[in-house]
Design a protein around this ligand. Sequence first.
Ligand SMILES: [Zn+2]
Length: 336
Amino acid sequence: MEFPGFLGNAPVKEALSRAFSAGRFPHALLFCGEKGSGRRTLAALTAMALVCRNKERAPCGECPSCIRARAGSHPDIRTIEGSGASGALSVDAVRAMLEDAYRMPEEARCSVYIVQLGGNTLEAAQNKLLKLIEEPPDSAVFIMICPSPGAVLPTIRSRAQIFTLRPPGIQEAADWLCKNKGAEPEAALELAGRFGGNLGRMQEALEGAGASQAFITAARVASAIRGPGHGLLKAAAPMQGDRALFRETLERLGLIFRDACVRQAGGESLLSGAPEAVEALRSFSTGRLMALSELTSEALRMLERNANAGLLLTFYCAGLQRRGIPHTLGENKWQK
Ligand SMILES: [Zn+2]
């Protein structure tokens, strides 16, 4: 199996290739990684290889199957996406897939389902999915995509082969951005360093989305945590009344706290793209940063569960001001 244009991740490529050549390809695969780490690209390449008609080299990229797979119109490749702001998979979506999965493939040897599991997919939907991968139809392969193995039920993890994607090296990522997106070498290297080689986030920043409001708001909120309370409330104000922005800002704050933890541990792999905000948290202990990160994850979960956003923001800011410790907010207080 080949991986044209897919950088790094040699162990993952080797394992997939070996299973592919041996004709023992797993029925259920879990591709884990940060947003932007190439999970969807790898899933698309894998699906293409599975339907490719070329026996010597798959995916060949040239046969009618590969061409249709690339165009997104191959009848035996289905992508099941989550819905709503969080991208969580719904029970209905899994049910529809269950009904579909037992039909015979139309032209390939197998049907491939690319299942995008958001980080917050409900247990009910996951249990339904579990039924499918516990007794998979002979001719179906399920490629599940999620942020980390911890985002899925242990019962699903134990039945799937797990592959964790890592960003390529900084120089390799920078070269890729120059070659494929026309970036200037110096700017590409700067972006690669800022985003730890995460190609998705580098592209986003290059295309201007990195300067989006959520990006700016998250950096301001993180930088204001140490200051007086009114500064924090002012920084967080844009999140008020805009659920989508609130959610996106929380996600970016999660990355900033994660980066600050990595920095404390002496690591250099940064994902938030906000080095100034990470720097502003330098005096925080790892324990505090982890508490801030947990507070942010909890707020994100509550937001997905339809908590009252105004109230949630007030509690969240109060939690940030206490620097995450202790936060003793009961779930009921966050609910409508
Ligand atoms: Zn082909």
